[in-house]
Design a protein. Structure first.
Length: 217
């Protein structure tokens, strides 16, 4: 089906606010967080200092973008009296924010606090939890952006302007590239485990929690 001809009417103020919210959240959740995850997935197999690159992207760079985009959405809802947390998009947005905060805190705890002794000699379960939450956030964010493109935009704007096909094409491209690269990166797990084993033998099992820092993505 061909796309309707673009409207010659400029975007309305409401549409511009929605676009700004969508752009920031998409960049934060679908570009920056996946890049940070891939940095962790690949660099940890070559250097034990991978954490700082991962942390800078996920917290210092992505954090302000995500929080600003989320705040735009919250303010947009308040200004237009459409109600908070009353549809799937808004509920999912709240869930993503909560999960992101939990993920950042969990990553900090894993890296900066030593693992209890009874996990000595093995990768602690909180590392696997951190990886699971991280992937869940990214997967949920892909769903959230898709829902916003295909439904929420038209629900709020009435469809005066259609979303360009290029937006959905970009969504598909980013999804394919990220998940493909992440799955390929899993082939490096044996190398990662070997590096972690060497670090444990050099630094002592009591330092597993900080040396293996969040083998967490």
């Amino acid at each position: 089906m061909s796309q309707p001809a673009p409207s010659t009417i400029p975007l309305l103020p409401l549409e511009k606010k929605i676009r700004n919210h969508a752009t920031l959240c998409a960049v934060g959740f679908l570009i920056l967080l996946p890049i940070g995850a891939l940095v962790g997935r690949y660099l940890r197999t070559f250097t034990s200092r991978w954490f700082w690159g991962h942390w800078v992207i996920q917290f210092l760079v992505a954090g302000p973008v995500i929080l600003t985009g989320w705040a735009f959405g919250y303010r947009l809802t308040a200004d237009n009296f459409t109600g908070h947390w009353n549809d799937p998009h808004k509920k999912t947005g709240l869930a993503l924010l909560i999960l992101y905060i939990i993920q950042v805190l969990l990553g900090a705890i894993i890296h900066f606090f030593k693992t209890p002794y009874f996990f000595s000699g093995r990768r602690p379960p909180q590392n696997y939890l951190h990886a699971t939450i991280g992937l869940a956030i990214i997967a949920l964010a892909f769903y959230q952006v898709h829902y916003g493109i295909t439904f929420e935009w038209y629900e709020l704007t009435g469809g005066l302007h259609v979303v360009p096909h290029s937006v959905m094409s970009a969504w598909i491209a980013v999804a394919v590239v990220f998940w493909t690269l992440y799955v390929i990166g899993l082939a490096l797990l044996p190398r990662q485990y070997k590096i972690e084993a060497v670090n444990r033998s050099q630094n002592g099992d009591e330092k597993l929690g900080s040396v293996s820092t969040a083998s967490n993505a």
